[in-house]
Design a protein around this ligand. Structure first.
Ligand SMILES: Nc1ncnc2c1ncn2[C@@H]1O[C@H](COP(=O)(O)OP(=O)(O)OP(=O)(O)O)[C@@H](O)[C@H]1O
Length: 873
């Protein structure tokens, strides 16, 4: 039985009524020789799309042709393949394979490139030699055009054992390689969500090992805690076993124990890292990937920025349309290099918990804020540095071209200038740039002296290496030049010899050099001319001497190209040998770039250095929302202050011990009309805290902040259609997560709770949640709500206070002042808003009547108060 594509199908060829679309269904013995090789190759990579080079095209057959045609909207046609009939076929021009493969990989496919590895002309009477030269999977990309400059492309590997897990990840384009281990599946999910890996390796016993599950695709073999949003590669268990993984790591990093890498006693972390390495060996073929030394980290060393918070605080993209513009990263990114831009993203998603680390970054920003010439000179130089991390990665894996090496050399040549600039600086971040190993400078100079000013992209076609680099190369070139000169003179000489003034010497790809004579003059052609081609108006001739020179030029040119290629490859290997040194410096450059950018931002946006203190205080004077502020005209944003969790210590009057006196609440109930600015204020506090913990200055006149272990957010109501959960259930799940994980050192931002259910249920839940946060957990919390009844809590609990966003009421309009002030709003303006929106007068009138009745008879607050006192012993 053969599957077939009929001509009436949208992509099917008109001239092929049926063709085979499954390579497993053909009788191989009846295939042509090339197709036998194709099917053999395909069998080795059954789960990837195989792009097979045939002449000027990369072609796909059978099922891959259908995928290619559908995913790239290409024409699906067919090809006869010996006795079995026609098979489906689709293809792309060979020079455009990268562009097309990028689309496939972005869509979650693995792509295998099987290229011709010899000149078709050499394969006389036999099949051209073809080999798999590259396997592309979403997590193993290196090609410049396939990667986003401003973000890392992570390949991750997970090993799960009960509640415990190991996670390793690497960006093979930059060489980062890290591993960790943890014991709560929630943490694993959060860590994966932070990394947003392009591909995740999972060891399984699945029958279809090697297959790649595209985002959203389900498999019984995938552990439940893994978020469905990623690509998962199902791998065999063996390379993830403790023994195999360990010995692979020892071998790769040439160490005797894993102690130095920090993971000797973390078996799951080791297993994940070993499995990841094996995958790289498997997919990268002979090109070894220059990974940095494996680093072990602990997720609890950093603030967890969970998925909810990342989304609600719009850290890397906006909630509305997922765009970068309007996100916190957009507002903060003043970096000058791609490396810096990537580093800033990493910092934002991994804020620090360690005050010392935060202060070290702040010190550097301060130094750069205060020293304007230094900051400007640094930024000026940084702008001239290309993506050294990725350029080095391409050099190390043998994929850099001559342009890459020139860019690398240009960038390396800026490093000594950077070193000079930071000579007298105090910050360790800046000092890290002070020493550029002399070998690196020399390497940069060597590349510049070897490779021509603007080299071609192709490295096998010559034109790369300068004159004077290699005497043999120069001697060969001189010979070719002599022959070329002889040919160039030939036209003049032959015109003189034959007396034919219209005689021309030309060249074309089929015949090589020739002498062309117009038809009218053919009787004057000398006897040593041999006719080669007849055209309408001219005859074309060759001479034995011309052919001899031509043959010499062509062979010499091939030799020259080969020599240039070899010189280039040797140079590239020299770069690869310095990969670690270059990357260490690149990391330092990236960090300085981030800090310079943050300093620039601080200066131009008027940010202040927050004083980082022990304890639980959050004290911000005239804080601003960093993104909204930048989106409004200058001076339009109304600053607001915040005070939470502050305690004063002083000596007790009658005892030796210290007493603590509360100076600010733990929980703020924030009320105010719609659109007054509650959400904005809430987010502003979260963003200021987050910025402070990456070491940045903050948008405020003054700030004194303690470190938060985590920022929790519950903002807005979003239906989670993907999981089929209602608005209310999503809200309850998120709230439950907060109540179960928040501590007194957390910052909790709640924007409305309980709106998705009946008013009294909603109010009851909101009340109980606020009370639990204030009384039981003592988390610093801002709770924005339209339930004014919650203001009663302040009279019941000492650590709760009421704030409101004020408005000015005029006869026929409300003016939003956006000012947050102490006190609860006594009015919700909901009916007013309805009137302004154009609800009929009678409806408004009636609403006011109903409202009056409800207010008169409501006993909710009083009831809760008496319940409270009767409950307590
Ligand atoms: N401090 C401020 N200064 C200037 N404009 C502000 C300020 N705060 C908020 N705004 C503007 O007011 C608009 C409404 O703010 P926001 O969404 O925070 O209101 P809200 O009180 O949360 O409304 P709702 O209760 O309907 O959710 C925002 O789009 C913002 O542009």
């Amino acid at each position: 039985m053969t599957a077939s594509y009929s001509a009436s199908q949208p992509n099917a060829s008109n001239n092929a009524n049926t063709f085979i679309t499954d390579h497993r269904l053909v009788d191989r013995s009846k295939l042509t020789q090339m197709f036998q090789h194709y099917v053999e190759t395909k069998e080795k990579y059954p789960h990837a799309v195989l792009l097979y080079r045939v002449g000027d095209f990369f072609e796909c057959y059978f099922e891959d042709a259908v995928i290619l045609a559908q995913e790239l909207e290409l024409y699906l046609t067919s090809k006869p393949v010996g006795e079995v009939g026609r098979v489906s076929m689709s293809g792309v021009p060979h020079h455009a394979w990268e562009r097309h493969a990028t689309v496939l990989v972005e869509k979650g496919y693995a792509v295998v490139i099987c290229d011709q590895v010899e000149d078709a002309a050499e394969a006389v009477g036999r099949l051209v030699r073809r080999e798999v030269t590259r396997i592309l999977t979403p997590g193993t990309l290196l090609e410049e055009g396939m990667l986003k400059a401003s973000r890392n492309n992570y390949l991750a590997a997970v090993v799960i054992a009960g509640e415990h897990w190991g996670l390793a990840y690497a960006d093979i384009s930059t060489g980062e390689f890290l591993t960790t281990q943890g014991s709560s599946s929630e943490h694993l999910t959060q860590e994966l969500m932070r990394l947003q890996p392009a591909e995740v390796l999972v060891p399984t016993n699945a029958p279809d090992l090697g297959s790649l599950l595209r985002p959203g695709e389900k498999s019984d073999h995938l552990p439940e805690c893994l978020p469905p949003a990623f690509c998962y590669a199902l791998r065999s268990q063996l390379p993830f076993s403790a023994g195999e993984a360990r010995s692979r790591l020892l071998q790769k990093f040439k160490v005797r124990s894993l102690e130095g890498l920090g993971c000797e006693h973390l078996p799951l972390a080791v297993r994940a890292a070993g499995g990841l390495l094996e995958y790289l060996e498997d997919t990268q073929k002979e090109n070894s990937i220059p990974l940095q030394l494996l680093r072990t980290y602990t997720i609890t060393d950093y603030m967890i920025v969970d998925h909810q918070t990342r989304r609600n605080l719009e850290i890397t993209q906006t909630v509305r349309d997922g765009s970068f513009h309007g996100s916190l990263l957009w507002a903060l990114d003043r970096t000058s290099t791609a490396m810096g831009s990537r580093a800033l993203r990493r910092w934002l998603l991994q804020p620090l918990l360690d005050i010392k680390g935060i202060r070290a970054r702040q010190d550097t920003i301060q130094e750069l804020v205060e020293n304007t010439p230094l900051r400007q000179d640094l930024r000026q130089l940084l702008r001239q540095i290309y993506d050294l991390e990725r350029l080095t990665g391409r050099a190390g894996s043998g994929r850099a071209n001559a342009k890459d090496l020139v860019a690398l050399a240009d960038s390396v040549s800026k490093l000594p200038e950077l070193a000079l600039l930071v000579m007298d600086t105090a910050s360790p971040f800046l000092k890290a740039l002070q020493k550029v190993p002399p070998g690196l400078e020399e390497l940069g100079q060597k590349i510049r002296s070897y490779i021509v000013e603007s080299p071609p992209i192709h490295i096998k076609e010559g034109g790369l290496i300068r004159q004077g680099v290699n005497p043999q190369l120069d001697a060969r070139r001189a010979l070719v030049e002599e022959d070329q000169k002889w040919i160039a003179n030939l036209e003049v000489e032959e015109r003189a010899r034959t007396g034919i003034q219209t005689l021309k010497v030309g060249f074309n790809k089929t015949f090589g050099y020739y002498i062309s004579i117009s038809r009218a003059k053919v009787d004057q052609v000398p006897s040593n001319y041999i006719r080669k081609q007849t055209l309408t108006n001219e005859e074309r001739y060759i001479t034995p001497e011309l052919k001899e020179r031509e043959a010499r030029i062509l062979t010499a040119r091939d030799d020259l190209n080969q020599m240039e290629y070899e010189i280039f490859v040797a140079l590239r290997e020299e770069v690869a040998a310095q990969a670690e040194v270059i990357r260490n410096l690149s990391r330092a450059v990236a960090a300085v770039d981030v800090l310079c950018g943050l300093a620039e931002l601080a200066v131009y946006q008027g940010y202040c250095r927050p004083e980082m203190v022990e304890g639980r205080e959050i004290y911000v004077v005239d804080g601003r929302h960093p993104v909204v502020e930048q989106s409004l005209p200058m001076g339009f944003f109304v600053p607001n202050s915040t005070q939470l969790g502050g305690m004063n210590r002083h000596d007790a009057k009658d005892a030796k011990e210290e007493e603590e006196e509360r100076v600010s609440p733990d929980l703020i109930i924030l009320t105010g009309p719609n659109a007054s600015g509650k959400s904005c204020y809430l987010r502003q506090v979260g963003l200021i805290q987050l910025m402070a913990q990456i070491g940045s200055f903050v948008p405020a006149r003054y700030a004194k902040l303690s470190v938060c272990d985590r920022i929790f957010t519950r903002v807005g109501a979003v239906d989670d259609l993907a999981t089929g959960q209602s608005t209310f259930m999503v809200e309850m799940n998120e709230t439950a997560n907060i109540l179960n994980h928040a501590t007194s050192r957390s910052l909790v931002l709640l924007d409305e709770i309980g709106r998705g259910t009946a008013t009294f249920d909603g109010l009851a839940i909101a009340w109980a949640v606020a009370e639990y946060l204030a009384a039981e957990i003592g988390a610093r919390t801002i709770f924005a709500t339209h339930y004014h009844e919650l203001n009663e809590l302040a009279s019941l609990l000492p650590n709760v206070a009421n704030y409101q966003v004020t408005v000015k009421e005029l006869p026929d309009q409300i003016i939003f002042l956006h000012q947050v002030q102490p006190g609860g709003a006594d009015k919700s303006y909901g009916i007013e808003a309805g009137r302004l929106a154009g609800l009929p007068g009678v409806v408004i009138q009636r609403a006011k009547q109903v409202m009056g009745q409800i207010e008169k008879h409501s006993k909710i607050a009083i009831g809760l108060q008496s319940l409270e006192s009767s409950d307590r012993p």
